[in-house]
Design a protein around this ligand. Structure first.
Ligand SMILES: O=C(O)[C@@H](CO)OP(=O)(O)O
Ligand SMILES: [Mg+2]
Length: 446
């Protein structure tokens, strides 16, 4: 039995992400004997956010004028090739927790700011892949074990706003969830049909069909109600029943709207369209969401309030937490400590999991486990800057999270994840499971 698969070689390089920004790619070779014969080489590419949380692990960028407008990641690449290679070459790739501990120790800070979370994560993910290759089992099975079988329900972002687009829609993401699909592939088909109908409807209304960073359409609209109404029309035109077959999820990304000095949220797009400044304080935000829930079948709300308003989050959860899923993204930043705090306060009832927010696979999986053990849901997520790397697809299945957020179906960086999930669904065949994650949660909402 294979018990020891030493890391033999690590090599990083700078490649591009979906926004045309440089990012870190890591190649790990693991194996005994002659590497060419007994070695397994695997790669991972690190994603990157735009609406990043203040408490995320630090992405190291060179900041040198002239090189990719200061965004090059040569230092991070160099850190992989020197410091991180030194830390783990010779270590067992099959012991992911040890590898991740050594990587974190080599960095030595709480937020991976010395070596860079982008450097650390690239190694962490590539080692896991090399281990799965060495064992000759699929990645989702290596990460999740022989009982892994749950396909996630997609949270497909089909209308973009906020920091991800240049339009007047202030909330960042409007997503559809095929909760009534029979299986994963039917869910994808339903979403794609709705996406295509949304395009047709936008054209009919002479609205823009240009897309934002995650591939969702980004028309200028007056406010969120218009966005939701358009989506409902698209769902119906595609022949599906809103609320029954298709539920709606929103990522407000409210930290981006928050004005700290004034302690209020400013809606720039709505202000522009209405010709007057629109501000909302924390309790007005909650009322605003309540209004949206009354009108539309919204089942999930992410980052409804800003990342440090624990009091507000508690109130939001008291008011809406038994009706819908409240997801903490910037609030928790995939960090166990912040999630523990949230659980104690009963703030939110779900966590968004982005591997690069924390920097190692082990820590990200720990966060999922902490959530699941405490009755919080977990949603595995991409970043707005993505690549062809489909690691999170396998991770979503491995953790049994039951939900994945990974953008619109018109960009290859997002489809890399959907396509990998279609492959996994096929591999699992009859053993695969696909469930409405909100069953028994709220009868009214789904
Ligand atoms: O806010 C989010 O949830 C993400 C992904 O959709 O965006 P970003 O990667 O820009 O933080
Ligand atoms: Mg978010």
């Amino acid at each position: 039995m294979l018990r020891y698969l030493p890391v033999r070689r690590i090599h990083a390089r700078q490649v591009l992400d979906s926004r045309g920004n440089p990012t870190v790619e890591v190649e790990v070779t693991a194996g005994e004997g002659i590497v060419g014969i007994h070695g397994y080489t695997a790669r991972a590419i690190v994603p990157s956010g735009a609406s990043t949380g203040r408490f995320e692990a630090v992405e190291l960028r060179d900041g040198e004028k002239g090189k990719y407008l200061g965004l090059s990641v040569e230092k991070a690449v160099n850190n992989v090739n020197t410091k991180l290679a030194e830390a783990i070459v010779g270590e067992n790739a099959l012991d992911q927790m040890n590898i991740d501990r050594l990587l974190a120790e080599a960095d030595g800070t709480d937020n991976k700011s010395s070596i860079g979370a982008n450097a650390v994560l690239g190694v962490s993910l590539a080692v896991a892949r090399a281990a799965a290759e060495g064992l000759r089992i699929p990645l989702y099975q290596y990460l999740g074990g022989c009982h892994t079988r749950k396909l996630p329900v997609p949270m497909m972002n089909i209308l973009n706003g906020g920091r991800h687009a240049d339009n007047t829609v202030d909330l960042q993401e409007f997503m559809i969830m095929p909760v009534g699909a029979e299986d994963f592939s039917e869910g994808i088909r339903m979403c794609v049909e709705i996406y295509q109908f949304l395009k047709i409807i936008l054209k009919e209304k002479n609205l823009s069909t240009a897309v934002g960073d995650e591939g969702g359409f980004a028309p200028d609209l007056e406010d969120s109600r218009d966005a939701l109404a358009l989506i409902i029309q698209a769902v119906e035109r595609a022949g599906y029943e809103p609320g029954k077959q298709i539920a709606i999820a929103i990522d407000a990304a409210a930290s981006e709207l928050y004005e700290e000095e004034k302690g209020v949220y400013y809606f720039p797009g709505e202000s522009k369209m209405k010709g007057k400044d629109v501000f909302r304080d924390s309790s007005e935000m909650i009322e605003y969401y309540e209004g949206l829930l009354e009108e539309f079948p919204v089942v999930s709300l992410e980052d409804g309030l800003e990342e440090d308003d624990w009091e507000g989050w508690k109130k939001l959860t008291e008011r809406l937490g038994d009706k819908i899923q409240l997801v903490g993204d910037d609030l928790f930043v995939t960090n166990k400590k912040r999630l523990t705090c949230g659980i104690r306060l009963q703030a939110a009832n779900a966590v968004l999991v982005k591997v690069n927010q924390i920097g190692t696979l082990t820590e990200a999986m720990d966060t999922v486990r902490l959530a699941q053990e405490n009755g919080y849901r977990a949603v595995i997520s991409h970043r707005s800057g993505e690549t062809e790397d489909s690691f999170i697809a396998d991770l979503a299945v491995a953790t049994g999270a039951g939900q994945i957020k990974t953008g619109a179906p018109c960009r290859s960086d997002r489809n890399a994840k959907y396509n990998q999930l279609l492959r996994i669904a096929e591999q699992l065949g009859e053993n695969g499971e696909y469930q409405n994650p909100f069953k028994g949660f709220s009868e009214e909402t789904v």
